[in-house]
Design a binder for this molecule. Structure first.
Ligand code: DAK
Length: 294
């Protein structure tokens, strides 16, 4: 009940005023947390947790403290039975301009290795079962691009600028960019992008299959599209949604035959859920299903 309990609307130290969009759509579900310094959390629609990266002066560079907060918010939404979908967004100018270069620059091997630097980056992809939508406006570079690619669905605006510029810093992508971008755009294009560090636009992200939707307009229009989709997903049976996410993710790891078998087992398993009975009975009776989420 984390989202419900965060009912006080108090600005954090670096918090910018809520967008006109959020103000307009404020309803009983809307809330903000003052417990974080580098992110904002809201529940602007029923069942939807919205996380806004909020380090405007550093273009939302993903520092360790920011990532700690992001993981904490993700875990709390994931555990909250009232939340069925999560959105991660940034500002109009930047989703995130990458991992924090100033934090990384002086690190030695021993410091990085002994403290398992950047290990928390795996949390979103490995542990969060609730579907996560990235709503990308502006820069999504390096770790910012990788964070967006880790999300289950990626929406962006035409003004988005994606890229893996690590080569320009004398390094390579480290949070899955070489793997996820290659799966999305194919080997030749991914190789070109990673070895040149060139950016690509929101429009190209849509054409190449990186983004599921490209929204013509600013952050407000982008967020509206992401919220509509998140609310729709949050309105379905949780057990079916989580199973759907799991089987699609398996397609990225298993050979086709194993993946199809995995899907079939999950499909069989859902006959054991109450919601399969509720959904199919409601269809036959021409009623709207009232999901039990069990
Ligand atoms: N880190 C720290 N600060 C950043 C930053 C970043 N990534 N990006 C921007 N900033 C800061 C700038 O330093 C500047 O701060 P002040 O100078 O005002 O103090 C402020 O944000 C505004 O930036 P600019 O003045 O540069 O703004 P512009 O509009 O002129 O340019 C830009 C915007 C996005 C083109 C430019 O800021 C830029 O090129 N930024 C760096 C982009 C980049 O190279 N990103 C990749 C970083 S490497 C791993 C996980 C992840 C990673 C690695 C390993 N593991 C799990 C192992 C990820 C690595 C990376 O992301």
């Amino acid at each position: 009940m984390f989202a419900r309990s965060c009912s006080r609307l108090v600005a954090s130290k670096t918090a910018v005023p809520l967008t006109s969009y959020l103000a307009r759509t404020a309803r009983p579900y809307s809330s903000a947390s003052s417990t974080y310094e580098h992110i904002l959390t809201e529940t602007p629609r029923p069942g939807v947790g919205l996380i806004t990266l909020n380090r405007p002066k550093a273009l939302n560079a993903l520092s360790s403290p920011l990532f700690k907060e992001l993981n904490d918010a993700l875990s709390k939404y994931d555990e909250d039975k009232d939340i069925g979908a999560i959105i991660i967004t940034g500002s109009e100018k930047a989703f995130a301009a990458g991992a924090d270069i100033k934090e990384m620059a002086p690190l030695t091997f021993a410091q990085a290795y002994n403290n398992n630097f950047i290990a928390p980056w795996s949390h979103l992809a490995n542990a969060i079962r609730t579907p996560v939508i990235a709503a990308v406006s502006g820069y999504a570079l390096g770790g910012g691009c990788e964070l967006a690619l880790m999300c289950d669905i990626l929406y962006c605006s035409t003004n988005a600028n994606f890229g893996q510029p690590e080569i320009k810093l004398g390094t390579i992508p480290g949070a899955g960019g070489s793997q996820r971008l290659t799966r999305a755009v194919g080997k030749s294009k991914a190789m070109e992008l990673i070895l040149t560090g060139d950016m690509f636009s929101g429009k190209q992200a849509g054409e190449w299959g990186v983004a599921a939707k490209v929204v013509d307009g600013g952050k407000e229009q982008l967020l509206e599209e992401a919220l509509k989709t998140a609310e729709k997903i949050a309105g379905y049976s949780r057990v079916a949604v989580v199973a759907g996410k799991e089987v699609v993710n398996k397609s990225q790891e298993l050979a086709l035959r194993e993946g199809v078998e995995y899907e079939r087992r999950m499909f069989h398993g859902l006959f054991g859920s109450q919601d399969q009975k509720i959904g199919m009975t409601a269809f036959a009776e021409k009623k709207k299903p009232e999901w039990s989420n069990e």
